[in-house]
Design a protein around this ligand. Sequence first.
Ligand SMILES: NC(=O)c1ccc[n+]([C@@H]2O[C@H](COP(=O)([O-])OP(=O)(O)OC[C@H]3O[C@@H](n4cnc5c(N)ncnc54)[C@H](OP(=O)(O)O)[C@@H]3O)[C@@H](O)[C@H]2O)c1
Length: 197
Amino acid sequence: MLVLDSGQDTSVIELKSSTRHEAPATSTHPMIVSLIAALSTNRVIGKNNDLPWRLPDDMKYFMQTTSRHTVIMGRKNYDSLLEKFRPLPNRVNIVVTRQKDFSAPGCAVVNSLEKGIELARAANEEEVFNIGGAEMFKLGIPFTQRMYLTEIQTELQGDTFFPEIDSSNWKEISRNHHAADERHAYSFDFVVYDRLR
Ligand SMILES: NC(=O)c1ccc[n+]([C@@H]2O[C@H](COP(=O)([O-])OP(=O)(O)OC[C@H]3O[C@@H](n4cnc5c(N)ncnc54)[C@H](OP(=O)(O)O)[C@@H]3O)[C@@H](O)[C@H]2O)c1
């Protein structure tokens, strides 16, 4: 767990670069790199910089799963959050942007996903979550050891997609079904996958 909080420095953080998968020399702490996403059967994750569904129990699952951890998000995902949810509460928020002077109050701002991961590792995080959007997921798959996917059982229209995954690299370790009901227009499964190789 990290000790940084919403009062942390919001300037662009320059960390010493290190190669993928490589922990800083001072870190003795293993850290899982995870991602968490919700997608339709045709892999849609977004539309018009928003989610194309309202599934309150999935939002609750997201908040519970990532609470007290570090979340890393792309700048467009950050922009899509309602101001009252920025930064996401009870977790360290890291925003990835190429902009040098991007301001995200209460968040750390970094210029690459790798720097965000290293920042979490250096602060002894146990599990860091890539929370999207599509550009962050695509960049992050090679570093990802665990995926929390909410598989929504419908086809939807959208403009942003979860990347194709080679299923032979992943093992399903849990699946919990949630039926459609008066609050949820679609049924969905909460699925966790661990990387095999
Ligand atoms: N269903 C889900 O689970 C889920 C989760 C999250 C988001 N979403 C949806 O996904 C959509 C947003 O996704 P998106 O793919 O458009 O955007 P995104 O991944 O959230 O953010 C893209 C931005 O990240 C920064 N970036 C990308 N690559 C970078 C790199 N190599 N180095 C430094 N910065 C980099 C750039 O910011 P700058 O332009 O500032 O440089 C880029 O514009 C929205 O519709 C959102 O609602 C869905």
